[in-house]
Design a protein around this ligand. Sequence first.
Ligand code: ATP
Ligand code: LTN
Length: 326
Amino acid sequence: MKRMLTGLQPTGVITLGNYVGAIKQMVKLQDEYESYIFVADLHAITVPNDNLNLKDNTRSLIALYLACGIDPKKNTIFVQSQNEYHANLSWLLECNTYFGELSRMHQFKEKSKKSNNFTVGLLTYPVLMAADILAYDTDVVPVGIDQKQHVEITRDIAIRFNNKYGKTFNVPEPLITKTGTKIMDLLEPTKKMSKSSENQNGVIRLLDDDEVIRKKIMRATTDSETKVKFDPENKPGISNLINIYSAITDKTVEEIESMFEESNYGTFKKAVADVVIDELSRIKKRYYEYLNSDLIDIILEEGKKKTRVMAKAKVDAVKRKMGFYD
Ligand code: ATP
Ligand code: LTN
């Protein structure tokens, strides 16, 4: 069975975009792959954030993984910072990575522009991500399109190391979600729905109350026409709502267009709100059950033990190849 590994950062309550674009995909893939899912908390400290509550956010993200259907029997679930070999491997890889290639990464260029005092961690972020992936001989890495370049540099680092020191790493492939499932901001439908958005009215969070979700969807930006038709260029708002309806119900765009052929936007929005509220209320119920149970600690203890042994073996192999004293 091929091995899959992916992680999300515990930077806040996840959005409907993260759910549809990342977590729902992981739930589908867990039957096809031997799967490793983690909380990328070391990545969450690469940009300063005074409101980052790592402990609570990490526990909350694990509870959400479980509530969304990530099965602890089919997945190894762990927290990045609880496995010291990630940072250890990252250093060894950093000394085989060039400043030039890191400074050319899209995410680094974008995020470093926002402040004139960014950290070195923001620059070396992709190397830590490479360590996460390469420590486990990962075959595929499911991520959104924004993370594709980081999987590509992981491949470059692995190939370069293998050429220099002999075959040590498996070279992974990115697995990119379909563009159709990119969920846009409800108020600015040409912009990605994002955890860190300033205007929360455009973003649905998985733990939002039912009435808040309904209000946000009913107020979503549309257009001056009246037809429920998929046309992302001219009707980005309605197309985004069609995508949301499709991602939740697994109905095709054509099926949705014909279901709502005679409906006005108000009726369609109400139907979208109904399916989102229904799906999220089941997740929310399970979330609170998991959050308050001991299961999370049991799962994380197992994940920590198992992944430490695996990552240590890889770090030892790398150190041997590089000629360290042992
Ligand atoms: P931030 O606002 O902090 O940058 P984010 O909400 O954009 O966070 P990430 O934590 O960077 O999300 O991404 C987690 C995963 O969710 C990634 O694989 C990413 O591609 C996916 N994802 C994020 N937003 C969306 C979206 N709107 N639609 C589909 N997938 C998404
Ligand atoms: N950078 C990713 C999170 C992440 C990741 C990884 C994903 C860290 N390490 C390894 C896949 C594999 C993000 O921000 N979504």
